[in-house]
Design a protein around this ligand. Sequence first.
Ligand SMILES: [Zn+2]
Length: 239
Amino acid sequence: MIILTIDTDWAPEHATRAVLEKVRALGVKCTVFFSTPSPAAYWPELEPGCHPDLSRRQPGHVPPAESRLPAPSREHDLAVEKAEEAMLMACKAANPLAGAVRTHRFYWHSDLSRLMLRAGFAHDSSMILPYHPGLQAFKVGKLTRWPVWASDHLHLARRLPFDRLEMPNWSAPGLKIFCFHVAYLYLNVHSLADFNMIQKGLADEEPPPDKGLPGVWNLFEMLANEILKSSKGFFLSEL
Ligand SMILES: [Zn+2]
């Protein structure tokens, strides 16, 4: 089963809006993990999620390189958890309908499930198991965890094709959750070298001209069409 998800990350508002409009036009269900309030209104085929960057909870704090793992301190753990919970709550307040969360860079530790539930999330997708066959969701307490199967970044890094659906274990059964990013979709990036050259184009209000080379948007569209052969698709919360 193919599931489409998008992380907005640091993309500017106009790029996020433009990508959302294109996704809406496809009519396929998609979960969008917002790192800021959504710049566009929600529609029925969009499931809003939150995308906090919990790794930034202590800006400026760099432990000395020679320091060993310190003895466990409940005080330290509580301070970290308090900061993380505040960030999760702020993200939820910015997108109150979000029932799912994915942390930036798949940041995770074993106490997060409790904090996510407390912040009002029932679903988490902060994990990637690239191209593993037979993936399924699993429960951690009351939180359902959804492992990502593939990402646009990984697709670019492995130089997989963008004109056909060709990925490791593509025909094996299991959950295939795709993680896309607004920046790659907006610019329809076809290689990481191309992205380095054109990423300044993100600031432009007009999407970049079509280069005639298939890229990340074309992969998204192919996956959407594959889903639409049988249904409108699924949200994480519906599975
Ligand atoms: Zn991210």
